[in-house]
Design a binder for this molecule. Sequence first.
Ligand SMILES: *Cc1c(COP(=O)(O)O)cnc(C)c1O
Length: 356
Amino acid sequence: MSRPIHATVSVSALRHNYVVAKRAALQSKVYAVVKANAYGHGIERVTKALVRADGFATVELEGAIATRGRGFAGPILLLEGFFEARELPVVADADLAVVVHSEEQLRMLESAKLSRPLDAFFKINTGMNRLGFAIAEARRALERLRKTGAAKSITLMTHFATADGPEGIGEAMRRFNQATEGIDLPRSLANSAAIFAHPETHADVARLGIALYGATPFGDRAAESLGVKPAMTLASQLIAVQDLQPGETIGYGGTFHVDKPMRVGVVACGYADGYPRHAPSGTPVVVGGVRVKTAGRVSMDMMTVDLADVPGARVGTPVTLWGEGLPIDDVATPAGTVGYELMCALAPRVPVSDAP
Ligand SMILES: *Cc1c(COP(=O)(O)O)cnc(C)c1O
């Protein structure tokens, strides 16, 4: 028998979540964001599950080309655009849409000879201060983009820094509107948080990431309250059980002190599988259908759980690390991170298969 850890991805949950977001976004088109191997879920699996999506958005050229190669005919947007002029013929041949965010990209487009013009998403920096043209430069840069003749369509775009928090999108929207006032072009503004929290950002194209995978973009709103379901379930089994007496400690560093007789289960899952080493003692795990707590440090291949509430647990009892029955955010929060990071960090050694 092989090591019992495995992940499953539910195609029906992906489809359900897409429909939920589509409904929330009202009349906007919704592009499914599949960067970072579809947030760890497998880009091929996700793009096949969502063949009827309005479009896809990603960062990696290879994934975009492979998605086109599998026959998806709708828009495929490269969220960081292109990095070098020699990518442009490939981008044009696959009819990919590109974010244009920098002077350097404008210069490449000015000297490019393309087999056909591209769909361009013209990105404006409204306060994220990562990619995009400054408010004061935006009109001039847009004029330059138009003059290249390299764009067969232009969509105005920005990305919010605080759509998920109490600061909201007011200041970013004010800046965006200032930069684009009077310009009659389609717009793409919303990420998952803005789709669910800020209807005024829905515009023409929304970009759905984390909520597609059934986790929350919000610190204070559970995924369930958005109506989305976990797409990925990470599961394993107990591979040993220990009966411990007071005075013992558990795991590396002996950080967990046993103060009464205690049954402890050893789960075949560790940080080399993508489980966060920073998850403290007390992080939830489901063992045999019962929510229990970790005890002691997470090690490379194993972790330990308190079995006080599952007297029937033995070697082979099923364990859920996150997913169906245990929201990934309930693990991410005590570990000091977000569901996004845990999904993306799923290790290559963990086999992933489709669930219904
Ligand atoms: C990753 C990304 C998104 C998706 O964000 P979520 O919070 O996962 O919905 C949207 N837009 C851009 C530009 C991104 O890079």
